[in-house]
Design a protein around this ligand. Structure first.
Ligand code: 25A
Ligand code: L14
Length: 339
């Protein structure tokens, strides 16, 4: 590994997102001098590849962060609540992918295409938003800037990889069992996911919304810095492995035509418009999987309200929705000399 780079740690390195964080650091040629792979005790003994070298997985403990300049966390909320402050006290900058710190007033919540400047004002912890929120705000940013957004109604179609490795295995095992005449077993999810879908992501709250739905409300307002945006979300799990899709309806402050929205989106960073209906041109999860752009199609006027616009937004939930967004935040810090 390069001698002049940074000392970087990945917490939750053996998980679905952690694994990809390692790959994205490599792909984007992030200046890693040495890489420390951290996970729970049950992963000690495993090795994972980085730049052609197998690196050992170490157990995450209180003094794991000595001399570590940057730590990317994706080991779940309780691990982040416990260890992100430990790392920050050791002088490590933490970019945390869990839900633990996102709504903390002292913690910036950053999507580089939307509010990059927020990354520079932190006290050791920077939060990566929820995957469903990230791809939606990337697609809405150019429209927000041009016409303002009053209200968003969104329905998501979410892949199982967001829940982690064991959920991917649950879908695969259920399909295999059902195709072989055996019963499907659900351990991770509340209902059968194979050949099915269900409108529940995370626990339900007293207001009748799921936790994932309320994350989209609060995080969208925080990232845009606009507490007036009204958001109503319905989040649905579908039997897809990689790539979330979203049906997004918005009401803008000023009128905007579908052509103008399409033109703005075509010029927006991180966005690719696929919107040619004559050729069946619209994005699907298989287009999004394995790449970093947020794909937008089906852009059209919603005639049921004043200043209504509807669109379809698809992205790889563990790349742009998690690992890539986290590494992009680190790149902002690096560029501004903050690492
Ligand atoms: O809802 P949350 O809390 O926000 O959770 C979000 C993410 O956390 C993970 C899961 O991701 C999910 O996407 N997660 C949730 N519950 C978990 C649990 N009971 C859990 N992970 C482990 N146990 P994931 O499965 O893709 O991996 C997340 C990464 O986090 C590491 N990790 C978990 N707890 C940790 C920790 N690291 C440090 N300290 C802790 N306390 C985790 O490493 C992984 O890298 P690991 O060593 O625990 O898991 C390695 C593989 O083992 C399998 N596995 C998971 N749970 C169990 C298990 N094997 C046996 N028994 C289990 N209970 C997984 O397949 C994992 O890949
Ligand atoms: O808040 O199960 O980052 O798909 C995103 C994915 C919570 C769980 C988060 C899933 C998560 C979720």
């Amino acid at each position: 590994m390069g001698k002049n780079g940074l000392k970087v740690a990945v917490v939750g390195a053996t998980g679905a997102v952690g694994n990809l964080m390692i790959k994205v650091l490599e792909e984007r040629a992030f200046p890693v001098g040495s890489l420390k792979l951290l996970a729970s005790a049950r992963s000690v003994g495993k090795t994972l590849p980085f730049r052609g070298v197998q690196l050992p997985v170490e157990e995450l403990v209180e003094d794991s962060f000595k001399d570590v300049q940057l730590a990317l966390f994706s080991a779940g909320g309780s691990t982040s609540r416990k260890f992100a402050p430990v790392a920050a006290r050791a002088g490590t900058v933490v970019i945390d992918n869990s839900n633990a710190w996102r709504m903390d007033a002292k913690v910036p919540l950053v999507v580089p295409e939307v509010n990059p400047e927020a990354a520079l004002i932190h006290s050791g912890i920077i939060a990566n938003p929820n995957c469903s929120t990230i791809q939606m705000v990337v697609a809405l940013k150019p429209i927000y800037d041009a016409a303002g957004i009053r209200r968003i109604v969104v329905t998501t179609f979410q892949a199982v990889s967001g829940t982690g490795k064991r959920a991917i295995e649950e879908l695969q095992n259920q399909v295999c069992d059902l195709m072989n005449g055996r019963q499907a077993v659900s351990q991770i999810y509340p209902r059968q996911i194979a050949f099915n879908c269900f409108p529940q992501i995370g626990p339900f709250l007293d207001n009748g919304f799921s936790e994932e739905e309320m994350k989209m409300v609060h995080e969208t307002r925080k990232i845009f810095g606009d507490p007036r945006i009204r958001v109503c979300a319905t989040t649905v799990r579908i039997p897809v492995i990689y790539g979330h899709s979203e049906s997004v309806n918005i009401e803008t402050e000023k009128p905007i035509s579908a052509e103008e929205a399409r033109r703005l989106l075509q010029a927006a960073p991180g966005v690719r418009v696929i919107d040619d209906l004559s050729k069946g041109g619209y994005p699907v999860p298989l287009d999004a999987a394995g790449q970093d752009e947020t794909l937008v199609g089906r852009i059209r006027i919603d005639p049921s309200v004043e200043n209504g616009l509807a669109m379809w937004v698809v992205a790889d939930n563990i790349r742009k929705g998690a690992a890539t967004n986290a590494v992009q935040i680190a790149e902002i810090l690096l560029e501004k000399g903050r690492l």
